[in-house]
Design a protein around this ligand. Sequence first.
Ligand code: ZN
Length: 351
Amino acid sequence: MIRGLNPIDCDVHPNVPGLKTLLPFMEPYWADTLVQRGMHELDSISYPNNSPLTARADWRPETGKPATTLEQLQSQLLDPFGIDIAILNCLYGVQLPFSEDMGAAYARAVNDWIVKEWLDRDPRLRASILIPIQSPELAIAEIERLAGDKRFVQIMTLVAGETMLGRRHHWPIYEAAERHGLPIAIHAGSSYRNPSTANGWGSYHIEDYVSQAITFQSQLASLLSEGAFRKFPDLTFVMLESGFTWVPAFLWRFKKYWRGLTMEIPWVDRSPVDIVRERVRFSLTPFDGPQSEADITKIFEHLGSDELVLFSTDYPHWQFDGNDPLPPGLSDDLVRKILVDNPRQTYARLR
Ligand code: ZN
């Protein structure tokens, strides 16, 4: 338990041990094709396998990758943290292949592996549907194939892809998500169609990692400006591993220019601050803020709502030590909201 509560962990990352694991979940054509073509692993979307950030030292096995078995998850996270429900967000790069059909084959295999090896074996587990966002048509087919299984509680994509997430060719995906009561989760990471900064490629992993927050801001601006929130009034967006200390400053800036440029986007007919407070949620870990209680209190004041942040550990990534990732200075009321109430409110299928 954390602070006397059994939390709902909204960002947990099981790892595919290797392509061989997925082959039994592939149609024969794809199993043959991937082997013949010598496809390499698609598991390093934003976390290089050997980087210290990729797995906490006490969660890294002596051999092989971390977080590849249910037993690891149970003994390292679910049991010691007293997790009530954990949402599995597998970061396998189904978005990477340029072949839309291959991306869809990977997505089907990973999703079916998640069902068989994880969801079927522990009632505390839920998961996100991975979609081949390269093809809205095939992404929707995957959503329709799995939405009947209520253990899938949302749809997940990466923050950086081929095009902006507000653009209309993504809207059929949002329509399907809204119809099934599934939030759209946007996780840090990239299919590397574009550099991770607007000025080109950096030299270091740290540049890529830090700049993810800027990409989240661009995507939020895109969703707002294109009118996605108005078009899909019952759809929630969940930003995973985005950090959230940038949110107040971003909203101050967006609101200021929205006031001056409303004529350009008249469909944004109410304050973008209100839209984001109602419709967007952010995962807690990694907390990208200061450590002083007074400063943390101010950040939550600036957010203007206690309902925006969802508990997450980001297991097995190394974002904190010990068994309590909460920043200091949060009231008991806010802790309960983050750990339990906000996730239940966000995910219709957990209520
Ligand atoms: Zn994460």
